[in-house]
Design a protein around this ligand. Sequence first.
Ligand SMILES: Nc1ncnc2c1ncn2[C@@H]1O[C@H](COP(=O)(O)OP(=O)(O)OP(=O)(O)O)[C@@H](O)[C@H]1O
Ligand SMILES: [Mg+2]
Length: 271
Amino acid sequence: MSYYEEIGLKTEPFSSSPDPAFFYRSSAHNTALQRLEIAIRLKRGLSLVLGDVGTGKTTMLRTLVQSFADDDKFTFHMILDPSYKSEFQFLSSLVKMFGVKPDSRSTLNYKDEIQKYLFKKGVDEDKTVVLLIDEGQKLSTPFLEILRTLLNYETNEYKLLQLVIIAQMELLPRVKRLKNFYDRIMLKYIINPLDERDTKEMIAFRLMSAGLDSSRRLFTDGALRVIFEYSQGYPRKISILCHDSLEMLVMNGDSMVDEGIVSACIKREII
Ligand SMILES: Nc1ncnc2c1ncn2[C@@H]1O[C@H](COP(=O)(O)OP(=O)(O)OP(=O)(O)O)[C@@H](O)[C@H]1O
Ligand SMILES: [Mg+2]
């Protein structure tokens, strides 16, 4: 029997994977999602979402894709890690991703073919092409330049490529220096950590999503307070601490996670 089954859950409540089914729509995440959805639907071009490590950026991105899943007017492409060795390699991967078959292998030719693809999809087929890039802080300046040229492809009314870049905060100063690029950002949003209320709600949401009966409580108020103080509302930290605490709860054979359990887990982690 798994540890979570022993406390009445059907599945692992605090897994570390970015699973949309466990994504709690905090006010910060919800605003980001709604604004991104609007920017994409209105074909506004470039959106940039920033956040510290472990604030839920990747999970949010997957949730965004899911919210368009039933709408065949949109074609999504996702780059999870844009660390390419050269501009040519970056363009090659875009060409491949878009399913374009260029007749010669040159940077110029690749850009032309991508432009043709975007016109075919966006104008002839009336589809919205969306490119999502996670780990955007790994985009080097030449890659940002390439993306800027792709954003130049447009009709009189709208951009042919909807580009969403999700990145850690360190991308911001670099992007700011690229005036041409920075000016094109139509939506800028920073995901902040959760406040205490949202931290508690996130924990409750994940437990409920894992099958916890609504009448059952697994964390005392004191435990929740310590989790917030230690995590400062960073979702990854919250999730890891809750996971460790539940494991210790089961090992100890107790019925509720209290301050003592959480503190013991924190101490163990620091050592
Ligand atoms: N809103 C949320 N609701 C529930 N769990 C969340 C939420 N946001 C993040 N998490 C959890 O926190 C962990 C980290 O999330 P995620 O990987 O999306 O963060 P990230 O910002 O992409 O991190 P990194 O900067 O390292 O790429 C995951 O286990 C995820 O399930
Ligand atoms: Mg991430």
